[in-house]
Design a protein around this ligand. Sequence first.
Ligand SMILES: *Cc1c(COP(=O)(O)O)cnc(C)c1O
Length: 410
Amino acid sequence: MSARPQHAPLIQFPVVDDCLQVGGMPLTRLAARIGSTPFYAYDRVKLTERVALLRRHLPPEVHLHYAMKANPMPAVVQHLAGLVDGLDIASGGELRVALDTPMAPHLISFAGPGKSDADLSCAIAAGVVLNLESEGEMERAAAIGRQLGVVPKVAVRVNPDFELKSSGMKMGGGPKQFGVDAERVPEMLARIGALGLDFQGFHIYSGSQNLKAEAICEAHEKTFALALRLAAHAPSPVRLLNIGGGFGIPYFPGEGRLDLEAVGANLKRLLPDVLRQLPGVQVVIELGRYLVAEAGVYVCRVIERKVSRGQVYLVTDGGLHHHLAASGNFGQVIRKNYPAVIGNKVAGGERETVSVVGPLCTPLDLLADQMEMARAEPGDLVVVFQSGAYGLSASPTAFLSHPGAREALV
Ligand SMILES: *Cc1c(COP(=O)(O)O)cnc(C)c1O
């Protein structure tokens, strides 16, 4: 037995006759139903179950939003729109997908630096909430609102004076391109009042991909304290308090699952005081990957088995042009393997250590580096798990001009 760190157990997809079942059918049949490899498949039942899991652990007063940039596939967004309490968007393109769902526009909020006048105009006309990222954006929104004869709904995205500890990606604290520095917010709130904008509240987002409940609990406590301090300067009652998200999922060997129960218990403890001080406030948690990542798989087909100086390479029709994150080139410092299996031979008979590569002419095109898997032959299907977030839409699909990957909600 080796003491090497292992991937967290995958609880997502059943295996029948050694074949992975996705969307309620064997992977081999699903590949035929989708019609070509490579593809992404997102399991709608898993999405539904994930929302239910969150509802079980978070206090009922907490509103759950889906941050669309994790997976903007319209069918996925439509499905989630029926389950969550709001959508968070970060571009004009995401705005159009969000507006096609039944979600009411005032439950859609638009974050992101560098919103163009054209995007602001669409968003204001639609009646979505703008999470203002700067004073300049506030002035532009006010001018566009006057032209349209629509009062813009605005929240202030605050760059907090603290960081989310042990986060995969820090998005608040120190100098940042996101949000308005907390110390400048009181002055901005006065200006929002003077401009007659429809003030909604605050958006305080401090980080992403966090697996430590203590770090998230600490951030929640600091976020509420900051919001209460800033609320004293608000031009009207705070109706909306988006406290961010950052719930992580286990991708790599040695990573465990986030203790959702601890996060929920902490919110239960903190909420009564917040609701007392800000009566009628809607507390929002926005989650991207936590909702969708584990519901998705990326599937590609072995084209060739190749041996080079003793090392086996499975050369597939998929690669970093569809799944940059699994190749280790989307923000990782040290490359680690996503969990992966041969989907039509999960246990297999003979097992061996292989590297799974794609067809691109670059050594970066590596989906699995020296991983133990069932012995595979051409035609077998490689499955990369934890692929429902930051997959296709976060990949350089034009790089090397290979065919694209299909996506299906199953
Ligand atoms: C990216 C982003 C999210 C989603 O992050 P996840 O790690 O996928 O949960 C949420 N809110 C904002 C403002 C973001 O930029």
